[in-house]
Structure formats: C-alpha cells, structure tokens
Design a protein around this ligand. Structure first.
Ligand code: MSP
Length: 634
C-alpha cells in the first residue's frame, strides 16, 4: 500500500491561530484527504513549538510561567483544527517528554560522530531572532526581521558542523527537482548555498535561557529552538525504530510558508544527514496572506481569525476561498468582499444551483429516483462526460503538485458545463412530450453523474458539502470508503436509488445592510390603495423563457435579457446582484408585457420581470411547472 505523510510547521505559542496558520493546515488537510481518496495510508502531523526566548517573553507579558502559558495557547491551536474540519492524526508539542527524548538522542548521536563541537563565538546577536547575525545578513546594520541593531555578544557554545554538508546538500537539491518546490524557492536555497555555509550554533547557556531541552552531553546548556523544533517531524512518528517511522519516513511532504525556508531547506536536511537517515521527500513552500493588501499585523488590528469568519460565512466556503484564491507559492490577498463574491458566484450560483436544480428535476420527473440512461448518447452528453473526466484528470495531476487553484478551476468548468447542458437540453420541454421520455432520462442522469463527480472531487476541499451531496445523491457509504478511481467513474450511480432534495448548499450572502443604506432596497411594501379588477386586468402579465442574458457594462445591477414569449423581447432587469446571467438562461419568468418602453443605461426595455424581494433575498417569480411561452398570468 502506498504511504503519504504530511506535516505543517509546529506553530509558536506566542500568538493565537490566524488565517496564515489556518491556510497551511488546511492545505495539509486537503492533501491528506486527497491521498486517502486515492487509497493511500496517510499520516498528518501538526503541533506547537514551545521553547525559546520568544515564548518566555510572551509568557512574561501574559503574567504566566512558560509552561502554563504554552499549555493555554497550545490548547487553542489543538481545539481550532477540528472546528475547521482538519483531521490531523497527531498533535505534537515540543514540551512532550517523548519529543524531548528524541531531540537528546539525535544530539548525542551527532555529538558522538564528531559533528557537534564546542567553541567560543563572538558576534552580533538579535534578541528577537535568538540568533547571531553575520555582517552581510544585516540590512543597514540592522536585523532585517526586527529592524533593530543587534548587540555584540561573546559566548561559548556548541556548534553543529553544517558546513560539512554543504556540497552534499547542493548535489541533493540539484538531482531531486521536487526536493524544494515551487522552483523559485529551490532557486532561493541554491543561491544561498553559493556562499560558504557557516556552522550552526545549537545551544544557549542556561543562565540566559532556561526554557529549553538540556543538552545530553552538557546540562549547562539548552538546545537552540530550531534544532529542537525541526526534530518534531520524526519524533512524532517514533524515530528511530517505531513502526510509524519505519512506515512513513521518508515519504513526507513538509508544508511551510516562505518565512521559514532557510531552517527547513538548509538546517533540517543537513541535520538529517548528520543523524544518518534519509532526507525528506519534498519541502513545499507557499506565500503569505496579506490583509487588504497589507501585512498581517496584530498591532494594526489586521489579523484575521478563522473562528470569527466561519460562523458568518460557513466553514466550507472559508476553506474553498483559501484554496481557490491563493496560487501556491505566491502571496495572496484576503478581504471579506472577495470572500462574499466567491460564495455568491462560485458556490451559490454555480455549484448550489446545479445541485438543487438537478435534484428538483429528478424529484419532479422521476419521483426522486435516479433514472437509467436512455439507450443512445448524444454529442452533448459525451461532451459533459468529457468535462467530468477532464476535471478528474486535472485534479489527479494538479493536487499532488500543489496546483489547488487549477484543480478547482477545472472542477468549476465541469459545474458550469453541467449548468449549460441543462439549459440547452431543457428537460422542462422534454417532459411535456411523452415521446421524449427516454431522452429526458438520459439528460437527468447525465446531470446527476456530473454532480456526483463534482461531489467526489471537492471532497478534500469541502468535506462536509461533499458528504451532504453524496448522501443526497443516494450514497450509502461512509466517506472514508470512497475511492476516486472507482467512484468517480461516469455511470457508476446505481439506477433507481432514491435521492433527496434538502436545503440549499450555500445560501447567498446578501449585503442587505449596505444596500439598504444606499436606499436601493426596502423590505417595506409600498402603500397602495385598493385596485379594481378591471384596473388589474389592464396589466398584461405573460410567461416567457430567458434566451439570452448578459450584464450591462458599468452596471452592477442591470442585466439585459432576451425573453421568448411567443415573440422575442429585450428586457432590462435590475436583478444582477442576485443572479449571474448564465443562471437565468432557460428559466421561465413572468413579464409585465405592456409596460411603456423605457431606456436604462442606454438599453431599451420592453417589459418588466417580476421578482419577490423580502429585503434580503430576491428571487424571480416563475410558474411552478414550465408552461408554453406567452401564457397569460391572471
Ligand atoms: N515555530 C516555527 C516553525 C517551526 S517548524 C519546525 C514558526 N512558527 S510560526 O507560528 O511563526 O508559524 C509560521 C508558519 O505559519 C508559516 O510558515 C506559515 O505556515 C504560517 N503563516 C504565518 N503567517 C502567515 C501568513 N501571513 N500567510 C501564510 N502563512 C503564514 O515559524
């Protein structure tokens, strides 16, 4: 059986979980779930990094001792992940006795082999970074991270002979193209390695810092926090001879952001080499989330906490947004407007609409049971199947190489193709003619199959939506039992299985308050005097089918529609904030057909589309079952 092991950085316990931590951990969760769907045996590790100066300082500020403080923040991380549907197998803390033993074991081993030596070092030390800097690493004489001048310090310490492994590391990176990816970060490490590598100071005198793991060969010192922390990736799985270590090492994918490239790209592989085991398989490096185009900053209040967003927007919407919006490796921007936009267009309009209309038609035309295919497939059926196959293939290629956004784009191409397929096949017309029963079966079945493929492919990204979709599509299996190669095969839905409609997957997020402020909508019905039946009958209400729909340039609200009501009419409708144009094509609407023509944003309108509006949602009025275009409403 194939193995897959994924890790996040272990997070410092000096800050609460924010969107940056959530992103790395969700990426790891998506990869883990994806490999499970492929039938791999998987292991997913995250945790907290709890030693060192930074933590002592944060604990002091909080008026707590380091251990109680670490217990508190570590618990916040541990409790956050299940709330984001993150299913890690292990949560490691560097204060766990098992981890501390492994760190000491490795230190002893490397010391015994002669790669750790004692020496006096005089240099420029940055307290914030807890490390010495070389002159050339400073920017204008200051630490580049803290913008502070380092202090001169002389200290006797232990050093790891990192320089000895420089040539080996260059060779290893050059002969393994996927060792560090994307390529820009591989190149960054290689260019760093063009300069001679210095040995790494791996101890701190206890008189200055007591909060750390004592060196096994000299207890006047504790271990430098990075030498301690990196070892979590093997201590958690039972290095050196535990069954999990034997099973999962070295097929590990480390996921980190660019801030910690150097310790992971240089210290860690050389430490591994010195300790005498196989290097990790890949280091995967992503960019930074910015908030409204700026750096995330606690002091400016620009910190996005996932648990604030999820109750407002929904968990799967949040996960989808992060995975769709960031190109792995590059920076991305977070804003609530962009999140709402994605929810309303990709999730409510595209995916939600496809799923609800498919199930509604299965209920209406086939009593809620999956119809068998008719005997012959038409070109459009084969085209939809090809879209589903393409989405599957793209996901299989792109997800393992971190192309999450590309996988999602391809899945959404399939969703949009399925919506268009329904519009063009117009099942509501087929249903009117008993001679078309076989064709109607095929159309609904193809739409159901597309929904099923989509449900499986989004499962790693949006586990609870996928579960809901598969259940309503009649799936009887627990989620863990699904396999992409068997279950995403076109035609694999069982004939006759009952499906259930349920509520909307993604309700639209209405920005009602803002709109109300602008005076554009009002929940209060206009006050009207009673009208006579004769007056009412003067209004010519007709049913029409939307043939074309498009946005009117420069307007957020107005759409230009061509409506077939026996004859074709151009109508301008102010529903663009509530419907995407594609969503309307094929829908039946009710028109005020004898309204005096008017020009809106320069476009002539010959009628008015009726819609219901309760101050939050706006929905067009449609006959309960399709009727012939031009039918009178009275
Ligand atoms: N404790 C070390 C890691 C030790 S791993 C052996 C550490 N901790 S941290 O709490 O600072 O976490 C850094 C990681 O958090 C980044 O590498 C990234 O995974 C995540 N992020 C923190 N801020 C981020 C953004 N603004 N954007 C994206 N991810 C970010 O470094």
């Amino acid at each position: 059986m194939k193995r897959f092991y994924v890790t996040t950085p272990i997070y410092y316990v000096n800050a609460e979980p924010h969107i940056g931590h959530a992103y790395t951990t969700i990426v790891s969760d998506v990869l883990n779930r994806f490999h499970k769907l492929l039938g791999y045996r998987t292991f997913f590790l995250t945790g907290t990094d709890e030693h060192g100066d930074k933590i002592v300082q944060a604990a002091q500020e909080a008026g707590m001792d380091p251990k109680s403080y670490a217990d508190h923040i570590s618990a916040l991380f541990r409790e956050t992940w299940p709330k984001l549907d993150i299913a890690n197998d292990c949560f490691i803390r560097t204060t766990d006795p098992g981890h501390m033993r492994v760190v000491q074991h490795i230190l002893q081993k490397v010391h015994d082999s002669g790669d750790i030596y004692f020496s006096t070092y005089k240099g420029l030390y940055c307290v914030g970074c807890e490390r010495f800097y070389t002159e050339r690493e400073l920017v204008d004489g200051k630490c580049p991270d803290h913008d502070r001048e380092p202090v001169e310090r002389e200290e006797a310490n232990y050093f790891f002979r990192m320089s000895k492994y420089q040539d080996w590391l260059i060779g290893h990176i050059e002969s393994n193209p996927h060792f560090i990816r994307p390529e820009r970060y591989r190149n960054e490490v290689l260019s760093f390695l063009k300069e001679p590598l210095e040995d790494l100071c791996i101890s701190r005198p206890r008189e200055r810092l007591d909060w750390g793991i004592p060196l096994p060969f000299d207890d006047r010192y504790v271990t430098y926090v990075w030498f301690d922390a990196l070892i979590n990736y093997v201590s958690a799985i039972g290095y050196p001879d535990g069954p999990l270590f034997r099973e999962f090492w070295p097929c590990v994918q480390h996921i980190i952001a660019k801030d910690i490239l150097k310790p992971h790209g240089i210290y860690w592989p050389t430490m591994i080499r010195a300790a005498g085991f196989e290097p990790y398989q890949s280091l995967n490096v992503h960019g930074y989330w910015k908030i409204n185009e700026g750096k995330m900053s606690k002091s400016k209040g620009a910190v996005v906490r996932p648990l604030d967003l999820v109750p407002r927007y929904g968990l799967d919407a949040f996960r989808y947004f992060l995975m769709r919006e960031m190109v792995f490796g590059l920076d991305a921007n977070f804003s609530e407007e962009a999140l709402v936009q994605r929810i309303n267009s990709d999730l409510a309009n595209d995916l939600g609409n496809l799923f609800s209309r498919t199930l509604a038609m299965t209920a209406r035309y086939f009593g809620g049971r999956i119809p068998p295919f008719g005997s012959e497939a038409e070109a459009m059926d084969r085209e939809l199947e090809a879209h589903a196959r393409q989405a599957l293939q793209t996901a299989m290629e792109e997800i393992p190489r971190l192309g999450f956004h590309k996988a999602l784009i391809s899945i959404w191409e399939c969703i949009n193709a399925a919506n268009k397929y329904i519009d063009h096949a117009a099942p509501w017309n087929l249903a009117k003619d008993p001679a078309c029963e076989e064709r109607l079966r095929t159309v609904i079945r193809c739409a159901l199959e597309a929904n099923r493929t989509v449900a499986l492919l989004i499962a790693p990204f949006m586990p609870s939506t996928a579960r809901k979709m598969l259940e309503r599509l009649g799936g009887a299996k627990p989620m863990d039992a699904y396999r992409l190669d068997e279950d995403a095969v076109w035609g694999s839905l069982p004939d006759g299985t009952p499906v259930s409609k349920g509520e909307a997957l993604f309700p639209r997020i209405e920005q009602a308050v803002k709109e109300k402020e602008k005076g554009e909508i009002s929940a209060k019905p206009p006050e009207v005097e009673g009208v006579t039946i004769e007056s009412f009958q003067k209004i010519d209400l007709r049913v029409g089918v939307v043939k074309e729909a498009e946005k009117i340039p420069k307007s957020n609200k107005l759409l230009r529609l061509v409506v077939d009501m026996g004859e074709e009419r151009q109508v301008v409708a102010g529903i663009g904030r509530h419907y995407a144009p594609e969503e309307l094509v094929g829908k039946q609407v009710v028109l005020v057909a004898n309204l005096q023509p008017a020009k809106l944003m320069g476009v002539e309108s010959h009628g008015m589309v009726l819609a219901a509006h309760d101050g939050k949602a706006l929905r067009i009025v449609s006959p309960e079952e399709p009727v012939s275009p031009g039918a009178r409403v009275s």
